[in-house]
Design a protein around this ligand. Sequence first.
Ligand SMILES: Cc1ncc(COP(=O)(O)O)c(C=O)c1O
Length: 427
Amino acid sequence: MVTFRCHGCGAEVDAAQRLPFRCPNAGAAGDDVDHVLVVETEAAPPPIGPEADPFLRYRAWLSPYRLARAAGLPESAWGDLVGELDRALTAIDGRGFRITPMAERRELADALGRSGALWVKDETGNVSGSHKARHLMGVMLYLRVLKAARLPAGEGLHARRLAIASCGNAALAAAVIARAADWPLDVFIPPDADATVKARLNDLGAAITICDRLAGEVGDPCYLRFRDAVAAGALPFGVQGTDNGLAIEGGRTLAFEMAEEFSRIGAVPDAMFVQVGGGALASALAQGLAIARTNGLIPSLPKLIAVQTAGCAPLARAWERLAGIDLDAAAKTRSRFMWAWEATPASLAHGILDDETYDWWAIAEGMRASGGSTVVVDEAQVAAAHAAGRRYTDIAASATGTAGLAGVIAKPEAGRNIAVIFSGVER
Ligand SMILES: Cc1ncc(COP(=O)(O)O)c(C=O)c1O
């Protein structure tokens, strides 16, 4: 059985019987619990395959694979599901999922005056140009397993469209994967969304809804329209754990790849700096690294340092308030720690301006477990990191995608050997 458990209320969902997306207890009036469904991990360390596709290589680490096997599908069925999507992704986006490169960047380290190692994991060449596709591939594989194994949770899936609220890398990732799976997708975007992104979404066949703010409405209109669509039957195909806990899991493959590479070179960085918007990326890394350590891939955890900009730092605000507080108790009093950033934010790193860090709790857990912290960067540091990334590496990452490096500039004392993730190709 593959079970998901809500880290806030403890509700359990059997992924064969019911979609493990939003916690069944979320949304009750007056409820202050942080509801996110998290898959229960295997007791025994699962094997790692020889394949270069992370969804094959780490299949035994992933719940959709475990579900497929528990439901009686043969081993070859997983390869067929991944392979079919891989061929479609290659046709649509020119590439499927492969282990992305990670290398020590001496020139960049020198330019920043750092004597230790600086490892950069490059996600700009990943499917759709960012790591976001990993999150959604995990969800799509789950949907495909439900269909293939004719599980009760998959009843009526055909008639349901996918939905996402985003106008950036997540929307592009969703559109590429939805297209590869030939599954209709609704994307809810703001009136000022980037024209290039809009054009690509159109090319990919996504149905775009422009969301104006309705009179008297509080909160992000795109997110509100997305929630309406989900309430009307759409499947949440975004990367926020609160709406789809399963989405976090695919992102763990990034941590598994990094852990395996660190194991191969026999080093673990002192700290890993991660740019944080909605928090799915850092949450997936925290969980993935913890699993990698439990499974013996790495001997210790790098300090997880969550990077936000001064324009919008709800996680840093929560982290300060969490000092000395039990995390389980915090998950039951969410509003004391996490609420929407009041000011309208602006930053060169505009992809991490989510007004809430939806997946704050798992990041806080990861920072606690590793001795990490948050760091808030100013615009000069965001710009300096972007310029250095472009100048001293051959990676064309956006300012959002190099914002982790801005954290290294802001907090040089975090450790000697450092890792960052460059993601989100400059468009
Ligand atoms: C390139 C890039 N890096 C990092 C992030 C942050 O991810 P998350 O929203 O999961 O915190 C984003 C989010 O849009 C992104 O586009």
